[in-house]
Design a protein around this ligand. Structure first.
Ligand code: FE
Length: 209
């Protein structure tokens, strides 16, 4: 193996985090606290059952049901549980609502805290040091890099997540969705909308991209 400065591209070797996870798994299996099947089941759950489609259901319900929205803003965990989504005890979920003059975006400056029960696993960029540091210092510039340009009169609130408090953005319902079903509405709520780096968009008929 060469001794250059490229430590990033060794597909055969696990990253330090992967190695740590594997070591912990072997230890827990060895102690009889966990089986490999359980680990596989949880990984599969995160791949298939837990993801932004859960948060999208929450957003769609809040858009069509005013009293539900109030409950969601007042007590996130209780409101997501109403929809049958499990939310672990001990972590707060604060839902922040976008307004015509206020845009919200979430970050974890310390590490990668994320509202995983409603959004699943965080995207890689969310965990990247540039996103974490720059979103706090220059949110408008970073949002522009995500193709989200906000007018000057719209204030940007950046919410710094922690292990105790996670945030989720409740985007604004786009005009032109009057009469849509909850399912149709949920279909336009992406993960990025709930992080706050995008806004829900109605698919354009004439391919305006
Ligand atoms: Fe974190």
């Amino acid at each position: 193996m060469s001794h250059d400065h490229d430590h990033d591209h060794h597909p055969e070797a696990p990253s330090p985090v992967e190695a740590r996870a594997l070591a912990l798994e072997s230890l827990l299996v060895e102690k009889g606290l966990l089986t490999s099947e359980e680990v596989d089941r949880i990984v599969s759950m995160y791949e298939h059952d837990i993801g932004p489609m859960l948060g999208a259901r929450v957003v769609a319900r809040a858009w069509v049901d005013g009293p539900y929205k109030e409950r969601l803003l007042a007590d996130g965990p209780a409101a997501v549980k109403e929809l049958g989504i499990s939310y672990p005890d001990g972590t707060q979920l604060v839902v922040v609502e976008n307004q015509p003059e206020v845009h919200n975006v979430i970050v974890c400056t310390l590490c990668s805290c994320y509202p995983w029960p409603v959004l699943g696993l965080p995207p890689t960029w969310y965990k990247s040091p540039p996103y974490r540091s720059r979103m706090v210092r220059e949110p408008r510039t970073v949002l522009e890099e995500f193709d989200l340009t906000l007018p000057d009169e719209v204030a940007v609130n950046v919410w710094d997540s922690s292990s105790d408090v996670r945030y989720m953005v409740l985007p604004q319902r786009p005009q032109g969705t009057e009469g849509w079903t909850e399912e149709q509405l949920a279909g336009i709520v992406t993960r990025d909308c709930m992080i706050g780096v995008a806004r829900p968009r109605i698919p354009a008929e004439s391919g305006a991209r």
